[in-house]
Design a protein around this ligand. Structure first.
Ligand code: CAA
Length: 416
């Protein structure tokens, strides 16, 4: 498995409306600082029933193809990672395949494991290419989700929605993956789940944070062990995690990335055999503001303005990071941590490509976000209360898809 493989380009699609998080806090009688400083949020994407997980996925994938001039005849696989499936049987991937008129000779499927499904899809695609089974073809991996807990729930300020489409190939202009170094950790837990037939997720909020941190510790240690065997990191005056230029985390809410980063550092501090002697001193060193500012903070610009996008949250952080610093990071190794409740965590790494800044400029993320409309809390509540199967008749913006109707359980889409 020595081929160069990874992410060549990406595109982002978000709902066309958002609510300001301070407006939401005031409407709920909560100190706005709890949502801004306490959770790290600024804005929250709000979708209407016409902007379902299929239309967001198809919009992101179509945008990727158009912006980056993708030759679709070279695609051999389409995987959609999602928590927000629309059918027990027919995958979102088949809708996207049809809407984009992709070649027949393609493997298409959905990948589900809460927020981890997109990473499972990325690894299936990357390892398919790296093994040679792809025979030079590329893969599309689309992460799409609508994070929905319901009005006036504890999870409400951590909702959001959108999609990130990734082109995976032997030309990893954005990120060349260190295939085979990944560390993983699985546990059978009920921290966040959505029983069949429910629109809103169920979550044991504080327990879910503990589950995330526990799983990520196992995944990080697994990656670190392999990275040390390969001589990519070592016990040194710098912690192994500090030898990564940046670390991107699954971001259910921005403050979680800060907690996750402290956990990675704690793993290093506990395992180093040197450093602070007492647990209190180790905790203090783990929470280093300087390390968070240098390695994590700049990845969160998009997440803070969109909210949770489950499978896409880590890849929104990747987009935000490369949008902010693509040129400066060229040639440098970053770490990435994916977490899906239920649970599975995976820590992996890759090297930023020389053309990252050029590829990200084509993704035009500032325009994607600037086109959105700020809505009032009343309008957000009206949209949340609309039935999922009766989308309002709104003409799709050019280049986007919308759910037009569901007739006899068949979904029909318009646009692009
Ligand atoms: N000013 C500043 N900060 C304040 C504040 C104020 N006035 N009031 C509270 N805060 C801080 C708190 O100290 C706390 O910070 P710390 O965690 O650093 O201590 C933070 O704001 C949140 O306060 P609470 O814990 O009291 O908030 P809560 O109980 O209302 O709920 C939550 C928080 C559990 C995250 C809830 O929003 C939730 O359930 N979210 C959904 C679940 C989730 O996102 N889990 C993450 C892990 S699971 C996962 O990652 C998968 C996934 O995508 C869902």
């Amino acid at each position: 498995m020595k081929k160069r493989v990874g992410i060549e380009a990406l595109a982002v699609a978000v709902p066309r409306r958002y609510v300001d998080i301070e407006d939401l806090a005031r409407a709920r009688g909560v100190d706005p600082a709890k949502f801004t400083a306490g959770l790290g949020a600024k804005e929250m994407a709000v979708n209407d029933p016409g902007e379902d997980s299929v239309s967001l996925a198809a919009t992101a994938a179509a945008r990727l193809i158009q912006q980056q001039g993708v030759d679709t005849s070279k695609l051999g696989m389409l995987v959609v990672g999602t928590e927000t499936g629309v059918d027990h049987s027919k995958p979102i991937a088949s809708h996207v395949h049809g809407l984009l008129k992709l070649p027949r000779a393609m493997r298409t499927f959905d990948s589900q494991h809460a927020c981890y499904g997109g990473t499972a899809g990325l690894m299936a695609a990357a390892e398919w290419i790296a093994s040679g089974a792809g025979a030079g073809r590329s893969a599309l991996v689309v992460c799409t989700d609508i994070a929905r807990y319901g009005l006036k729930t504890a999870g409400e300020p951590t909702q959001g929605g959108g999609a990130v489409a990734l082109l995976v190939s032997e030309t990893p202009d954005l990120l060349a993956l260190d295939v085979g170094l990944n560390g993983v950790s699985t546990a059978d837990v009920y921290d966040f789940w959505r029983p069949v037939g429910r629109r809103e997720a169920l979550v044991d909020g504080h327990y879910s944070i503990t589950c995330y941190l526990d799983a990520m510790a196992g995944a990080y240690r697994g990656w670190r062990e392999r990275a040390m065997e390969q001589g990519l990191v070592r016990w040194d005056s710098k912690l192994p995690s500090e030898q990564l230029s940046r670390i991107l985390y699954h971001v259910p809410f921005c403050k979680m990335a800060r907690k996750a980063h402290a956990q990675v550092r704690l793993c290093d501090l506990e395992d180093s055999g040197s450093g602070p002697a007492t647990p209190e001193a180790r905790d203090e060193a783990a929470k280093s503001q300087a390390s968070y500012d240098a390695q994590v903070a700049k990845s969160l610009g998009l997440n803070a303005r969109v909210g949770n996008v489950y499978t896409a949250s880590l890849y929104l952080a990747l987009a935000g990071q490369l949008h902010a610093e693509g040129a400066a990071l060229a040639g440098q190794r970053m770490g990435l941590l994916s977490y899906g409740s239920g649970s599975c965590a995976e820590f992996f790494s890759g090297i930023v490509g020389e053309k990252a800044a050029e590829r990200m400029a084509r993704a035009d993320l500032d325009t994607v976000l600037a086109k959105r409309e700020r809505v009032s809390v009343e309008e957000y509540e009206r949209l949340m209360n609309l039935p999922y199967d009766a989308p309002e008749a709104i003409a799709p913006e050019p280049g986007t898809f919308r759910l037009a109707e569901i007739h006899e359980f068949r979904r029909k889409y318009a646009g692009a």
